[in-house]
Design a protein around this ligand. Structure first.
Ligand SMILES: O=C(O)CCC(=O)C(=O)O
Length: 388
């Protein structure tokens, strides 16, 4: 049994750690989400409230906290190091929700928002977001994406500095997962638990998930006569150690730039509606085909960014897809949309701010790598004149 002094010391140290993190978050960084919870890490417990303009971290636990989230120290460390994420940990039981009051926000949504805000290594201010939305010389009105060899770091850098998305060939050449093939992988991942997206984050409701194992899910896709079209999407799951050993990090950035590799597996028709990430990203296709539609960052306002609770680096668009828009996407924006299909072994580099709508054309498996530990490459560049 831990002594009262030990409990107090653990609580003080957790609170101090998170208070220091909270003090670094820019004031203009908040969405409409207001919620509170208490966080227990082993013996330490602290109170966290997301307010309209700050995250408040306090020793005193408050009976009004919406829920209590409990986790072990090594799980908390994995979150701090961005080795795993809230969605995966709730699914695997590494984070437990022990008390829950009624609220319009789910614990997943609140925890994702708070943890992402508190544990980020950098923040984009409103002016940095405007800078990302500036048109750049080079990519404007380019109907096709450049394709370069993954090993061509010089050309990669040239493109990345002007915010140019590009296809990268040969990225998976030495990835064990590709050599193994889908069926062998399925037999090697029997115990990996996964969460399946049953409803995408909408404007009025948060995303919903159900649980399975990777093996059973892959089995469903392979046994079904229609490639598992009715199955939900295995979206944005952190990779387990077994799977991490079967893949590599993109060589274009230093390994430290990345954390929390995520995998996406699904039948034809699954994917995500238009959204933008405010982080540089690589999507690497290992099995099947994936169609991606892109709209450039300078159409930011026309794409009606929404700032929902959940992940502050992720903005869904007010328009779902090119075909299915909640409101009319302006013609000039539609005419500039770029469409690419990623095939096995291909990757795409998506600079921060590019809107993308994603649809799997076959049974598809990809990984995505966010460069969470560095600001977008395009922000290192001086502003440029529009090339008109
Ligand atoms: O593969 C998908 O369905 C979505 C991937 C995506 O949107 C991303 O990596 O940002």
């Amino acid at each position: 049994m831990a002594s009262v002094e030990t409990l107090e010391a653990a609580t003080t140290s957790l609170t101090r750690f998170l208070k220091e993190k909270a003090a670094r978050i820019p004031a203009d960084y908040f969405s409409g989400l207001e919620a509170s919870f208490s966080l227990r890490v082993e013996q330490g417990v602290t109170f966290i409230a997301i307010k309209s303009d700050r995250v408040l971290v306090d020793q005193s636990t408050d009976g009004k906290a919406m829920f209590q989230a409990e986790m072990k120290q090594d799980s908390f460390d994995a979150l701090v190091d961005r080795k795993s994420d809230v969605l995966t940990m709730l699914n695997t039981g590494d984070i437990k929700i022990t008390r829950q009051a009624d609220s319009k926000h789910t614990p997943l949504q609140v925890l994702q928002y708070a943890i992402t805000l508190l544990l980020s290594n950098w923040y984009l201010s409103e002016s940095a977001i405007s800078q990302i939305e500036e048109p750049r010389v080079g990519y404007i009105q380019r109907a096709e994406l450049p394709l370069i060899a993954s090993s061509d770091v010089v050309q990669f850098r040239r493109n990345a500095e002007i915010g140019q998305p590009m296809l990268l060939g040969g990225m998976t050449q030495d990835w064990p997962i590709c050599a193994l093939g889908l069926e062998n992988v399925r037999e090697q991942v029997r115990d990996v638990s996964v969460s399946l997206l049953t409803r995408e984050h909408g404007s009025d409701k948060p995303a919903e998930y159900t649980k399975s194992t990777l093996h059973d899910y892959l089995q469903t896709l392979s046994e079904s006569s229609d490639e598992g079209r009715a199955a939900p999407y295995l979206a944005a799951n952190a990779v387990s150690d077994e799977i991490a050993e079967m893949i590599k990090l993109p060589p274009q950035f230093p390994a430290e730039a990345f954390a929390n590799t995520r995998m996406w597996v699904g039948p034809p028709g699954t994917g995500l509606d238009f959204h933008r990430d405010l982080i540089d990203n690589f999507i690497v296709q290992v099995f099947g085909r994936k169609k991606i539609r892109l709209i450039a960052p300078h159409h930011g306002k026309a794409m009606l960014p929404k700032r929902l609770g959940g992940n502050p680096f992720y903005h869904p668009s007010g328009h779902n897809t090119l075909e299915r828009a909640e409101s009319q996407i302006p013609d000039d924006v539609i005419s500039e949309a770029i469409e690419v299909t990623l095939t096995e072994g291909e990757a795409i580099y998506l600079p921060a701010g590019w809107w993308h709508q994603v649809e799997n054309e076959t049974v598809s498996w990809s990984f995505n790598f966010f460069a969470v530990n560095q600001p977008p490459v395009v922000l290192n560049q001086p502003q440029q004149e529009q090339n008109q």
